[in-house]
Design a binder for this molecule. Structure first.
Ligand SMILES: Nc1nc2c(ncn2[C@@H]2O[C@H](COP(=O)(O)OP(=O)(O)OP(=O)(O)O)[C@@H](O)[C@H]2O)c(=O)[nH]1
Ligand SMILES: [Mg+2]
Length: 381
């Protein structure tokens, strides 16, 4: 016992685990920070449509709008990790200059503040069917760059057929690219179509390319928020989540390095709570549902036990190899594989939730289905 780490087995019944979940979820969301995007382009080019296509939510409708300067509204999504500066009803020329003056002030003010408050990327949208790009638009792009914002020039509503872009859209893109504008990150116009057009058969196009380019210009500090906020590239979320799960498994192995008596399985719980909270945040499942998630998570980890929980976790041990050998203790290997199994199953629960319509997610996390799904994912292994 002399050099053995003394381990205090936490007394973790459901209410305690629930409280721990709420706290860790809040921490995990705070750690994401905020990704701020500014979107410019004439009225009707498709700013709102494009933002909705990539972030899966009507930021303007669900966000809290605040007119930050004439012609520019800042929407902070209630989830916290996404902010959008939207130049609604924007026109170039005099109106554009007014916006630029206001922006100048915003950028100057925010540049000295935390990364969370800075503008991390700007999209300048041009509609292909306008078939022209005016001097004033070029100047606006230059001015944005002059403010230190990385500007991605995006062509919207671009029709394609069998992967071939409409030749006139290509021609316009070629013209814009010939102007020598400071276009991040590759000096290329990004061609997109945010909504399929059932009449012409034009499919959704170019959104992944726009997102990838956006990642290229975003500072590392805002990347995690962008990954949580976007709904287009689930693979990027998964990659982050894999890292979280593996890290938690390593920690669990460390805890199990001194084998844990079955009755003390609660030793593994705090690490698993942190892991689940971080997974949830990485997927961008909103903190507005954190109460429901805390309840669901605590039921999962305690097996629903309401008594003080020295038996917490053990009900899940039957799902991992070596976890149900009567009389033995929980080894490093079993601790790691249990933690990993819990993480992987919770990740699948989150992905399932993301596949639901946003209005249905609440009901999912508040009902029995979430624990049933979790257990079915555990069994599938
Ligand atoms: N087919 C197709 N239609 C689009 C696309 N983007 C926008 N639209 C349509 O164009 C119209 C205007 O789109 P919005 O996204 O509201 O345009 P906006 O730039 O936000 O306009 P303001 O907010 O007025 O400045 C809507 O009817 C959209 O459905 C697109 O990529 N493809
Ligand atoms: Mg709009």
């Amino acid at each position: 016992m002399s050099d053995a780490v003394e381990r205090q087995v936490p007394d973790l019944g459901r209410p305690a685990v629930e409280g721990m979940f709420e706290q860790r979820l809040a921490e995990a969301f705070a750690a994401l920070g905020t990704f701020n995007l500014a979107v410019f382009g004439k009225t009707g080019v498709g700013k709102s449509t494009l933002v909705n296509a990539i972030f899966g939510r009507d930021v303007a409708r669900t966000g809290l709008g605040q007119a930050v300067t004439k012609g520019l509204v800042y929407y902070r999504h209630p989830d916290g990790f996404l902010g959008v500066y939207d130049s609604e009803g924007f026109e170039t020329g005099t109106a554009g200059n007014v916006i630029l003056d206001g922006l100048h002030r915003i950028v100057a003010e925010h540049g000295t503040k935390a990364v969370d408050e800075q503008i991390h990327a700007a999209w300048y949208l041009v509609r292909w069917s306008d078939r022209r790009f005016e001097q004033a638009q070029a100047e606006f792009v230059r001015a944005l760059q002059g403010l230190g914002l990385p500007v991605i020039v995006v062509m919207t509503q671009v029709p394609t057929r069998d992967g071939q872009v409409h030749p006139e859209a290509l021609e316009l893109a070629g013209y814009i690219e010939s102007l020598g504008l400071p276009m991040a990150p590759r000096g290329k116009v990004v061609l997109t179509n945010a909504l399929a057009d059932p009449f012409t058969g034009a499919p959704v196009y170019g959104l992944q390319a726009l997102l990838d380019d956006t990642y290229q210009v975003v500072p590392a500090a805002a990347e995690r928020a962008l990954t949580a906020a976007q709904v287009l590239d689930i693979g990027r979320k998964k990659k982050v989540v894999d890292g979280i799960v593996n890290q938690a498994a390593v920690i669990a192995a460390g805890i199990g390095a001194t084998p844990i008596p079955f009755a003390d399985a609660a030793l593994l719980v705090p690490n698993q709570v942190t892991m689940i909270a971080r997974i949830t945040a990485a997927y961008g499942l909103p903190p507005s549902r954190s109460r429901a998630m805390a309840v669901a998570g605590s039921i999962i980890l305690t097996g629903g036990a309401t008594m003080a929980g020295r038996y917490a976790v053990t009900s899940l041990l039957k799902f991992v190899p070596g976890g149900n050998i009567a009389g033995s203790a929980i080894s490093a290997t079993v601790a790691a594989s249990l933690t990993k199994a819990v993480g992987v199953a919770w990740a699948k629960v989150c992905e399932y939730a993301l596949s639901l319509a946003p209005e249905q997610r609440d009901a999912f996390f508040q009902g029995h289905e979430v624990t049933e799904k979790f257990l079915s994912f555990m069994k599938q292994r």
